[in-house]
Design a protein around this ligand. Sequence first.
Ligand code: GAP
Length: 559
Amino acid sequence: MAFIVKKSIHDREYYYLNENKRIGGKVKTKTLAYLGKNRKDAEKKAREFLDKRGKTNEKETAQSSKIKKITEATEIKEISIEDLAAFCKRKGFVYQSGEIYGGLSGFWDFGPLGTELKNNIKKEWWKFHVLQREDIVGIDGSIITHPKIWEASGHVASFIDIEVMNKKTKEKFKVDKFEAEKYSKDPGFEVRGEFNPMFTTNVGSTVSDSIRSYLRPETAQLIFSNFKAVYENSRLKLPCGIAQTGKAFRNEIAPRDFLFRAREFEQMEIEYFIKKGTECPYDIPDVEVMVYSAEAQEQNKEPVFMKVKHALEKGIIKKDWHAYWLATEIHWFLKLGANRGNFRIRQHLKNELSHYSSDTWDLEYKFPFGWKELEGIADRGNFDLSQHEKFSGKEMKIFDEESKERILPEVICEPSLGVERAFLVFMLDSYSYDKERENVVLKLNPKLAPVKAAVFPIVKGEKFEKISEKIVKELKQEFNVLYDKSGSIGRRYARNDEIGTPFCITIDGDSLKNQDVTIRDRDTKKQIRTKISNLRETLRKLIDGKISFDNAGKPFNFN
Ligand code: GAP
């Protein structure tokens, strides 16, 4: 299938004609032609190119009209990270923090729509990982934390970035110890030294009283330091988990790629505890993904597309718990509308492993700037609990009914996801420019959409506004709903398509007489008619995916 792609480089737009082809089980993208810098010319040139190709290649002639039609109807789905940042700013999703003073690198403020989207991501994560399970409870620990916690966890001694500078461009970036060795032999680079990215602060009212403390660089340690209390208070039984969402801080050497690498960000983490050797009793969700083992990377092989459960059966993933959590995390993203083709799982090479982990798999996503870590899923063993036992002198062991002994549980998996990275995934996978509508359509899952419905009176007059306002008031009891009475109906639809509002409700001349309204579906533009008395319930079912749009009312054609 051929499609037009826009690339933005330093505020300039360039158009290309690309094509996806399946080669040996993999989908590869090939650039067919450069189409210039103007969108309208680009479409014309694309049509000419495909026509010409159809004529010169007899075999393709039969398909030529098909290709052309597909090309004409295709939406532009690709967007660079710079364009996404500009879009987010324009629409009120995300602003550079302190922008009026020139901005502070690595810090971001979420605007009205971004706050809603971020809250919805966290709400869906919490519902899926905590509320809908009986084996996981949640906590909310403090941000400024006791310094001993970070000595025990190894962060003071081992959470080290090494700063390297490109001598020519003066660009600075962070590397690990293994990469630093490589750069130290390259005359084009300067290895500038080690750096602990934890932010420090003083706690106490006077200088003499104060102690140096840290802003937490991960939420995980608050789970470990509270483990014993939470386990006993919540009457947990192994296997079980403790979850937490909240801010984390890292003084990154080179914050970059919009929200991807920030200095202040949020994490959604679970520490999942088992008695050593316990098998995973849960079904592994039936998901397929590209699997990239450490062995395949070492042998310069390509990742393989397979079911996660088959990767376990073949011994590529060593532990059942790891397969279970990897598949569960992918399932969460797919359920909320993320695009399967943009995910893969990659095992850490030995020299990449964090100081606390014996085996880590990352869930990676194909960001516009390449495959990068979205979520880390580490086997932490009993490293953290035993360290806290050692440093605090307090016992972290629990009583095991089976063996009648006190045991130290192991963290068999730690699914750890950044909220901002999930935010980027959902924005990137839902962004599309619709050439027919001539506007962006943000196809966010209704559960994530910042605004669930927009209400428009399309006939002028007090009685139509009154009934619209009454509907808005009723719907606002439960949903974030917008009331929009200005501009043409087309403009109002476009404004809402762009911010991802899944349903637009119009009040027209017949609404007063029949006590009904029209609902328009964002993605298909289909319309249905439904009674005002059913509206709140219908909207709830549509958002929850409990009813299809076609079955939510009577089909309606507005001509
Ligand atoms: N407790 C384990 C831990 O913190 P990590 O791989 O350092 O592991 C986990 O971080 C996740 O937190 C990452 O996969 C990423 O989603 C997010 N994250 C880490 N550093 C980040 C940063 N500087 N900006 C945004 N998100 C970040």
